[in-house]
Design a protein around this ligand. Structure first.
Ligand code: NDP
Ligand code: GDR
Length: 326
């Protein structure tokens, strides 16, 4: 039997790396869309970290250029498409709202049109986000909770979500949208709060820094591990029928509590090191997110396996190792 072909956008990001590793372990032929960068030497750092850098085939393309996507799809004819590429940092979306609209919203139209024209039988996954809930309408958010986006990023993701639903309903594409709550790992970008904290813990423990400046310590998030969440993406594309699913742990903690747990990993008290700097605050905040993943549990048979405390310990350990090697 010939191997199934998967095409991943955002392959150099956190989720793209874990998903590549997972699909390779399942015998897939894995392809990625790689945008040209002047700093090409660091481009597949995450894939290298997971030991799979040489095993994926990269294709030169950009989500904002539909001609590049059409060429890739016509040549490759993938069986499964995972659309993970995006300008994904919420805070930057206020500084770069138009780019965020192009890379996070309109790019989803580029991808869906390309699937429709070049390989309508392919199964499509869209990386939607809990940020779409924004100002919370219900204490625990499920697939039926109304959306109220609070950033240009969230508005862009809402477009991506609904255009995916629309192409499914209009053209019968096998297109699913995963509404994933925050998920982290040692491969998380350094600008996101969890990695900023675990990196700060490592630097402080090793005497390379004295303090860690953060923003809103009272924001609460439902944090899971990326390694668990990418499995839910794959499961969605194995179903007979496409649909939308919330993926979350069902536990929410504050940034402050994350700090407490991370500093405790190296026997330090966060209160001695964490300060608040208003430059890390956002023009509009999402105060609290808490997901209800019962549909994913029931239909996909998906369960998160990594506990928050285990994930934090893994992240702190990885950052200690990185800094010791430097
Ligand atoms: P990352 O920020 O780690 O990765 C984003 C990826 O998108 C990178 O590979 C980046 O490439 C690529 N990219 C950005 N712009 C373009 C473009 N114009 N053309 C081609 N590729 C582009 O994100 P994550 O891995 O954390 O998240 C994956 C997806 O899931 C994103 O869409 C994110 O918005 C969404 N999401 C993430 C959640 C999370 O908690 N992690 C939760 C819910 C949704 P490059 O390396 O060149 O910059
Ligand atoms: P988020 O993640 O905005 O939820 O989006 P981030 O880690 O950036 O922020 C989480 C919460 O922490 C607060 N915070 C800080 N955040 C950052 N980055 N830096 C700080 O110093 C800091 N101090 C406090 C924030 O205000 C916020 O409330 C992530 C991204 O991966 C999105 O792409 C994804 O869609 C959502 O998760 C679900």
């Amino acid at each position: 039997m010939t191997a199934k072909k998967a095409l991943i956008t955002g392959i150099t990001g956190q989720d793209g790396a874990y998903l590549s590793q997972f699909l390779l372990s399942k015998g897939y032929e894995v392809h990625g869309v790689l945008r040209r960068s002047a700093s090409a030497s660091v481009i597949d750092e995450r894939l290298k970290w997971l030991g799979v850098a040489g095993q994926v085939e990269m294709h030169d393309g950009n989500l904002t250029d539909i001609t590049s996507l059409l060429r890739i799809f016509q040549d490759l004819r993938p069986d499964e498409v995972y659309n993970l590429g995006a300008q994904s940092f919420v805070k930057s979306s206020w500084q770069q709202p138009l780019l965020t609209g192009q890379a996070t919203a309109m790019s989803v139209s580029n991808m869906l049109e390309t699937v429709r024209l070049a390989c309508p039988e392919a199964r499509f996954y869209q990386a939607s986000s809990s940020e779409m809930y924004g100002r919370i309408q219900e204490p625990q958010q499920s697939e039926t909770t109304p959306f109220y986006p609070r950033s240009p990023y969230a508005v862009a993701k809402l477009y991506g979500h609904w255009i995916t639903v629309n192409y499914r309903e209009s053209f019968g594409l096998h297109a699913s949208s995963g509404i994933l709550f925050n998920h982290e790992s040692p491969l998380r970008g350094i600008e996101f709060v969890t990695r900023k904290i675990t990196d700060g813990v490592a630097r402080i423990k090793l005497g390379k820094a004295k303090m860690l400046a953060l923003g809103n310590l009272d924001a609460k998030r439902d944090w899971g591990h990326a390694r668990d969440y990418i499995q839910a993406m794959w499961l969605m594309l194995q179903q007979d029928n496409p649909d939308d699913y919330v993926v979350a742990t069902g536990r929410t903690e504050s940034v402050r509590e994350f700090c407490r747990l991370a500093f405790a990993c190296v026997d330090l008290n966060y209160e001695d090191f964490v300060t608040v700097d208003s430059k890390n605050m956002r023009p509009a905040e999402v105060d609290v997110l808490l997901g209800d993943a019962s549909k994913a549990r029931k239909i996909l048979g998906w369960e998160p396996v990594t506990k928050l405390e285990e994930m934090i310990a893994e992240m702190v350990e990885a950052d200690l190792e990185r800094h010791k090697k430097k």
